[in-house]
Design a protein. Sequence first.
Length: 573
Amino acid sequence: MRHSASKIPLGELLVAFGVITKEQLDMALTEQKKVGGRLGQVLKGLGFVSEETMIEFLGKQLNIPHVDLDTTILDKEAVSLIPESLARRHKAVPISKNGKVLTLAMSDPLDIFAIDDIAGVSGYEVNPVVSTERSVLKAIDKYYWMQEPANGKRNHEEVIQSPARNGSGRGDYTVSNIDLSDKSAVKLVNMMISQAIRDKASDVHIEPDEDRLEVRNRVDGILHQVITAPKDMHAGVVSRLKIMADLDIAERRAPQDGRFSVTIGGGNGYRRVDIRISTLPTIFGEKVVLRILEKNASLNGPENLGFDEQNLQKFRRMINRPYGMILVSGPTGSGKTTTLYAALNNVISVEKNVVTIEDPVEYRLRLANQVQLNPKAGVTFASGLRSIVRQDPDIIMVGEIRDRETAEMAIHAALSGHLVFSTIHTNDASATAARFIEMGIEPFLAASSILGIISQRLVRLLCQKCKEAYEPAPELLEQLGIPSREGIVFYRAFGCPDCKGTGYKGREAIFEVMEINDELKELIISKSSAAHIRETALKYGFRTLREAGISKVIQGKTSLEAVLKVTMDSEAL
């Protein structure tokens, strides 16, 4: 079942109905000859037409129905009629079948070659409907994981191999001792991990509901639903993950934590990825969260973290001091651990004894002695630090200063000739000294030991393929203290298939770096307010988180909205 207008080229239709001009079509056709691809994609890439406009045009002018795949349940028998490779090639997914008619959601329902191809393979007459490319690809990811490839082989880019453990030389985990309904559970776990790594997700949330199993990935700090599976898959998936992490599969009433590694790759080579697992009993079963830890992506040098040149110089001066304490502050998930690892990675050497105590140990550092927190065995930050100072260390990293005892031990280590790195939960750099004093630390000890304080946030970066220029309200620019000078272009999020419709792709840290000089030491000793400390630091070139974020806005990296969202707690407008 085809629409009468489907044989007319898409470009001519768009010109005929006034969606684009003839000149724009000519430019798009010229560009298509250079880069290849579909004309619709080229038009969207040039900014002549948005995907939403295209769908609205196809729906209204050509009487092609629009389907929201995010809220539509697909018929699995219909999905099985065409192979995944064909669905991905034509960006089309079957929705339902009625008699000998197959309803097919397509990102380009005017592609008669795709329609003929799918009709020939399925043996059904095709009734095309339109949906966004992002929704079609998401539906393909969601519904095709249950199907084995026709040749019995996995996509080479999604190969996951369980690494040998304990020196046994065993490359695969044994799963025959549990009832998994096996292959589908193993395949789903492999697919979840592959998808998460491909999406550069930081976490995977596997959540049982009353009648289904939901899988969501946290990408750039935001959770996105990626899979909805039958509820009866839950037990097999959780058991598979527990076996991979050497956890107790019979224990379902108490939380468990563990870790495992996978090797993933394909034609471009293989790489090892560490994964941390945490289980939590809920009313519908155990929820599992996987933390994806890619070593190569995290052990960056300081120059790759997002520092501007001025703050980078301050940071390097601090970490190359022989002794003292450097603190990194910010809320959970702001990238503090990554900054600490970058600092250690920069100063670590065979001449120095580096010891860390962490909760948990996220990345393995060569030439560092890393200690895992274990309160049940009596290894806390304070007790562990007390033992570490007896190990003749040059550099110490304490995962977090949470209480007075740990703070006192860290200060003692810093004042006795050790370089100490740690994190602390405060909103900004100027409030950190006050937090120490609130813990019961003598102000002169805090002032004498702290070399510098770094506060940071992670800000979402605009997708460079679809970001949209605009002019913000002058009142807002004045309120934020942004100079109104010519040449500054402001961008906001738009959304495209490359960023999965979010308008953002990736994150980068913004920093404020406060070096403690003699005047600031005097203010700390006199218990001055955070506002007074900040005001004084500004005289010496200190830049706030808001100013660092706005600098990235002016560079075209991010949006005002993204910066305001992550800096609202650090300073008022």
